[in-house]
Design a binder for this molecule. Sequence first.
Ligand SMILES: [Zn+2]
Length: 320
Amino acid sequence: MIFNQFPQTGWAAGQSATFERYNGGVERSDARRLSIAAALVVIAFAGACTSSPSATQRGAEPVAVPVANFSPAPSTVGSGSGGAMADDGSLSDDGSMANGVSLSDGVSGPRAISVQDGMATLLDETHSLTDPASPWVIVNKTTQLSPDYAPTDLTTPNLPIAGGNGSLRLDAANALTALSKAAEAELGQPLQLVSGFRPFDYQGNLYRNYFAEHGQERADTFSARAGFSEHQSGLAADVTEVGGDMNNFGATDLGRWTAENAWRFGFIVRYTEANRGITGYMPEPWHLRYIGEPLAKYYHGSGAISLETLFGLPPAPNYS
Ligand SMILES: [Zn+2]
């Protein structure tokens, strides 16, 4: 069950609904059903974590995220013997710790992040990995947002916008505005927001159209099924050059600048060649995920290749 039962309302009827094509490009996203690290997991990653699937409840109540156990390598909190935590607990601009101790390469070594019972802590910030309203919520192919979840603080950022999904959660909107202004100042051109928040039903229609055109296997590599898209969180933004094609964005100066600088404003490029096997999606240089500045700086400095590895969560390349 679970997902091969798309053919639900609308699909069976051949309903097309509003559906976005994005300059001929494909859009995909993400997903969700949680298998989050439970135990005290301070990450001294010892390679890939083994997934421990648990039941998904598609379309069920607000994500009561199933918590799966996985076995982290023995580890220490940053302030412990690993010493990754800076004396003053601050992060320097390049993401390294202020005391000069380099962060690990994302594969091994001491970490300053701890995860316990679905809550993650970095320095003095603690956020849920499972609450849809958390800035650190994990949405991937094994973790899912409730159909009725929508952010309550959607705002229109101040940059060129194409299409009808131009809102983001307040903090993400402000950060995207700042990122675009920095691009303008440093590169001479702003970013254009192509798609921000997308409601559950909208995502479902989007996916169904791709499914119809490309088949399930291919559609799943670039488009998220309803409930499994980061866009529903209001924390994801697809960007491109003004009037540009998203599919070419990664090869443009602005695309390269964005990949190198998004972290300064709290964003990461969520899907890359390096994490394809973890996310199950093709690289998307245009899809930015807001996680806030401290974590984005840490992500950048740590060399982590995905949010999953950053938090010590199992890879999620496939739907269950
Ligand atoms: Zn996207």
